[in-house]
Design a protein around this ligand. Structure first.
Ligand code: C5P
Length: 219
């Protein structure tokens, strides 16, 4: 069984997907974490996000993996854990540039499909319903107004000890969505057969319940 959750930045995909997975006993796979891990590595090794060949080399040599733990997903590069590092603002600012390269995406998609073959999954990202798992039994496009998404990110950053600027966050989210939607290689797009779920007025629990309901109706 495969549940695909796509949508723009800050729509609450990872929180909701994680809770749906927990409720159904499925494995949660955060595909954004894989692009973030490569971006983190590129920053560390001073590789330009525009240099596809150098990024490919880095990806080949780096063994990015996701490990499921009872308290969440760990992100590893080789045996280095980078779960928290990949959420840094610097990584967020560069990740869309890294993720636009077709050859990088091919390799990521291959790895993501393999993960979905081995277990029941809730997978979130930008191209899960359209490209990674086009045969997913349930596809959800999770969205919310830009104001709402920026406010959620603001709260998240404050809780992590940063002092973000709301307008700046809004701008960054809009820029990232624009790059993700306008790139040539599998852009962010709602699959034709996806259910659109606008979470603007919904609590996390309500969004989770709607997706679990979709699953129950299917089975
Ligand atoms: O989901 P998250 O915001 O962590 O994703 C970070 C970035 O990774 C996105 O802005 C996008 O550029 C890229 N991404 C992607 N395809 C996916 C998941 C993420 O291009 N399936």
């Amino acid at each position: 069984m495969k549940i695909a959750i796509d949508g723009p930045a800050g729509a609450g995909k990872s929180t909701v997907a994680q809770l749906v997975a927990k409720q159904l006993g499925f494995t949660y796979i955060d595909t954004g974490a894989m692009y973030r891990a490569l971006t983190w590595l590129a920053i560390e090794q001073q590789v330009s996000p525009e240099d596809e060949q150098a990024l490919l080399k880095l990806l080949d040599a780096s063994a990015i993996s996701l490990e499921q733990q009872s308290h969440g997903q760990l992100v590893l590069i080789g045996n280095r854990e980078v779960t928290n590092e990949i959420r840094r603002p610097e990584v967020t600012r560069h990740v869309s540039a890294v993720a636009k390269h077709a050859k990088i995406r091919e390799q990521m998609v291959q790895q993501q499909r393999q993960l979905a073959e081995q277990q029941h999954v809730v997978m979130d990202g930008r191209d899960i319903g359209t490209r990674v798992l086009p045969d997913a039994e349930i596809k959800v496009f999770l969205t919310a107004s830009i104001e709402e998404r920026a406010k959620r990110r603001f709260k998240e950053w404050v809780e992590k000890g940063y002092q973000p600027d709301l307008e700046q966050l809004k701008l960054e989210i809009a820029q990232r969505d624009k790059m993700d939607s306008e790139r040539k290689a599998s852009p962010l797009k709602c699959a034709d057969d996806a259910v659109v779920l606008d979470t603007s007025g919904l609590s996390i629990e309500q969004a989770v319940e709607k997706i679990v309901d979709l699953y129950r109706k299917q089975t």
